[in-house]
Ligand binder design. Structure first.
Ligand code: TA6
Length: 301
């Protein structure tokens, strides 16, 4: 899609383009089944609310202190992490979690299905600025399907003449009523604990996880469904993944929350990140012309 219609309605009655927080352009979705928002900045999904099913509360957390500025990441929703995760070991000046979430993406297509699900596709391609940070040619497409569930796909295509290796994540901030009371099912076995800035190999016992402090875990070779039971919120949120061999579980807890200027000191009980991705030893090697697809699906039960 090239020019936007004068009245902003890209899908009359279902999706429109408007100036969102900080004046950043966002597509707002509203149908009888769902509400959602996705910013062109970072192809960042900022909001999703089912209007049918076991819960009508928003599925995603968004910090009231988030930045909404060019060149800065949005704090909440689903940041797109590409082409590296965390800090660049070989370049401490490079932006944490890559550059994809900092760039303005373009609208490629939008459609409203008969069942009231709205699919929006945004794109980003390599350019001199990205090549200066990461010397490879690529094309990204992010497909967000807003329905009773939220389905998201990040497609990475190698547009170069040689293979490249990348990391990626859909860094989902789930909304919970009280992270001190949640019970997380679906994680078990070995993981790397990156809390406090260290990287320590640990092994979680089988069975549900309860949070008792800063939690920052990277599980490799993990493909299982994750269920976050939120008794205070009277619901559970489920995260299913495809094309994802890594899963990341993160809550900053008290001290780290205070250290983040774009996150309220009192907001840490209201979120839990359950991230789909391919990071560290699960980084993806992509042949020229090939496309890799990372998917996550979030829904209440
Ligand atoms: O996914 C967990 C993590 O890597 C944490 O270590 C924390 O840094 C979080 O991502 C948020 O990173 P950001 O760059 O968005 O502040």
């Amino acid at each position: 899609m090239n020019a936007f219609p004068e009245d902003g309605w890209i899908l009359p009655g279902a999706a429109r383009l408007e100036a969102g927080e900080g004046g950043l352009s966002r597509i707002v979705v509203a149908t009888p089944r769902t509400e959602g928002q996705i910013y062109l900045h970072g192809a960042h999904i900022g909001y999703h609310r089912p209007l049918e099913g076991p819960s009508r509360a928003p599925t995603l957390f968004m910090s009231r202190s988030s930045w909404f500025e060019e060149g800065k990441p949005i704090r909440g929703g689903i940041p797109v992490v590409f082409p590296w995760f965390g800090r660049r070991a070989d370049d401490p000046t490079a932006p944490q979690h890559g550059f994809a979430r900092l760039r303005s993406w373009t609208l490629r297509s939008a459609e409203c299905r008969p069942d009231g699900t709205v699919a929006v596709v945004l794109g980003l391609e390599s350019d001199p600025a990205t090549r200066a940070l990461w010397p490879h040619d690529f094309a990204l497409e992010l497909r967000a399907e807003f329905g009773v569930a939220l389905s998201v796909e990040l497609a990475v295509t190698n547009r170069g003449a040689a293979p490249f290796v990348f990391e990626e994540a859909l860094h989902t901030y789930l909304a919970v009523a009280d992270a001190r009371r949640v019970v997380v099912e679906g994680f078990g076995g070995p993981y790397v604990d990156t809390s406090g800035g260290a990287r320590t190999a640990r092994k979680s016992p089988a069975g549900p996880i309860r949070l008792a402090g800063e939690t920052d875990r990277i599980y490799s070779g993990h493909r299982a469904r994750v269920t976050v039971r939120d008794p205070e919120g009277k619901r559970a949120l489920v995260v299913e993944r495809e094309g994802s061999d890594s899963a990341v579980l993160w809550n900053p807890w008290i001290a780290k929350a205070k250290a983040m200027p774009d996150f309220g000191d009192d907001e840490w009980p209201l979120m839990l990140c359950v991230e789909a991705g391919n990071v560290a030893d699960c980084a993806v090697t992509l042949a020229p012309g090939a496309t890799h697809r990372l998917r996550t699906r979030i829904f209440a039960e």
